[in-house]
Design a protein around this ligand. Structure first.
Ligand SMILES: Cc1cc2nc3c(=O)[nH]c(=O)nc-3n(C[C@H](O)[C@H](O)[C@H](O)COP(=O)(O)OP(=O)(O)OC[C@H]3O[C@@H](n4cnc5c(N)ncnc54)[C@H](O)[C@@H]3O)c2cc1C
Length: 400
């Protein structure tokens, strides 16, 4: 077998793999980032950057670029679809806690593009496209990765360590036989993008609005070019039925009456999982991002949590590279698994409970609680510290 190369391999060039590569490149560690696709994926997925993620991305100089290409959201709100605003959260209360006291609405592929530009200028990092990881093994010295190329040929890549950021269906996690514990939630999520200016038709609408309703919740998210509408959908319908243009039209008209037909630029229907890997580490292999945890999108925390994993992991791996014991990586797992379970899952599950509640008394109790929270400056700020992921990042420092 070929000898171990003095490098780290990262599998998967989504936002987490790209951030991990940028961190290792900055630390002067030779890194090969392999990506199964021909180019960086440009599908419509995450669109929200939370304040601490913007703070983190500042170290690569990409935050200002994202702000230029994105939309600052100084507020977000809970609403009732019929009655209007329940509670508006003011992110300016976080001034002093973060350099970016707002959420940034910006498509995740723009982050990928900005990071790719940085990596292409970094001699330490190479990106290999159309290289699909199919199997992995390791021994005391390093890791051997089996890769399939687009022409069907195979090769073995060797490295001292491997970071798996190959997404929710991670091949590496499966080969390592690491259980991905949690659940698939029953409803399908339908996301539709439209140029309809909801802000001119729904009173006091914030850039991000979670709208509760006893029969069907809705989320309205504005991106720099379009509004996205997210609706829960009957899992018994086929994808064709869910995306039937007439049905989508009726559902959008029910969210907000539009005298003309809605133009629907994109529609995606997807199953949502809430799962956390039982282990993030196996010897010299580390899981991060969606490969390690997935959650429902209510709260916009998946990509943000993954970027925070990538930074935590690579800071420790850089120490190991310089001679620290591999054992220090255990703290990565303890810190970031706790964040996934106790911050991300807890907050997104709570958001889903609020959105799904149909009992009138329980709905009223949730709404009263949210109103009381925003009316009390200390409680308002505490809620924002949690939902913006600042608190969980700080708490991690206390975990040994
Ligand atoms: C519709 C939708 C909306 C979302 N909204 C938000 C939001 O507002 N905020 C938020 O924080 N999160 C959101 N998320 C979640 C967010 O998109 C993910 O958490 C994020 O993409 C995870 O990044 P990642 O790098 O871990 O994985 P991915 O983005 O999935 O990237 C994995 C990469 O690995 C590559 N790959 C996979 N297998 C292999 C292999 N075997 N070999 C080589 N390469 C491989 C893939 O091609 C891909 O490029 C949303 C997700 C969806 C689906």
């Amino acid at each position: 077998m070929s000898k171990i190369e003095d490098r780290v391999i990262i599998v998967g060039a989504g936002p987490c793999g790209l951030v991990a590569a940028a961190c290792l490149g900055k630390a002067g560690i030779r890194t090969t980032l392999i990506e199964a696709s021909r180019e960086l994926p440009k599908d419509l997925r995450a669109s929200t950057f939370h304040p601490p993620t913007l703070d983190i991305l500042d170290r690569f100089g990409v935050t200002d670029r994202l702000i230029e290409r994105g939309l600052i959201a100084p507020q977000w709100q809970f609403r009732d679809r019929r009655e209007g605003v329940v509670a508006t959260f003011e992110l300016s209360l976080l001034a002093g806690e973060t350099a970016h006291p707002y959420r940034l609405q910006c498509e995740q592929w723009k982050l990928s593009e900005e990071l790719r530009t940085i990596l292409e200028a970094d001699d330490c990092v190479e990106i290999v496209y159309e290289a699909e990881a199919v199997d992995v093994a390791q021994d005391d010295d390093g890791v051997s990765l089996q890769v399939r190329r687009a022409d069907g040929s195979g090769e073995t890549m060797r490295a001292r360590y491997l970071i798996a950021t190959d997404g929710a269906r991670s091949v590496i996690r499966k080969v390592l036989d690491i259980p991905f514990e949690g659940q698939t939630i029953p409803e399908i999520f339908l996301s539709m993008s439209t140029s309809f200016p909801f802000e001119n038709h729904i009173e006091n609408l914030a850039t991000i609005a979670y709208m509760t309703d006893p029969s069907e919740w809705a989320v309205l998210l504005r991106t720099p070019t379009l509004w996205r509408v997210l609706l829960p959908t009957d899992p018994n319908l086929s994808e064709d039925e869910i995306k039937d243009p007439a049905l989508m039209q009726r559902r959008l008209q029910a969210v907000c009456a539009n005298p003309n037909d809605y133009d629907i630029a994109h529609a995606t229907a997807y199953k949502v999982n809430e799962r956390v890997a039982q282990r993030y580490i196996s010897g010299r292999i580390f899981l991060a991002g969606d490969a390690a945890h997935v959650n429902n999108p209510l709260g916009g925390m998946g990509m943000n949590g993954g970027i925070q994993d990538a930074v935590n992991l690579t800071e420790k791996l850089a120490e190991v590279w310089k001679g620290a014991s591999l054992d220090i990586m255990g703290r990565y797992e303890r810190q970031r698994r706790k964040a996934a379970l106790e911050a991300v899952q807890a907050q997104t599950l709570r958001n889903r409970r609020i959105m799904n509640e149909v009992d009138p008394a329980a709905r009223k109790a949730y709404h009263d609680e949210l109103r009381a929270t925003v009316a009390d400056p200390a409680a308002h700020k505490a809620y924002l510290m949690r939902s913006s992921m600042i608190e969980s990042l700080r708490e991690l420092e206390t975990i040994e």
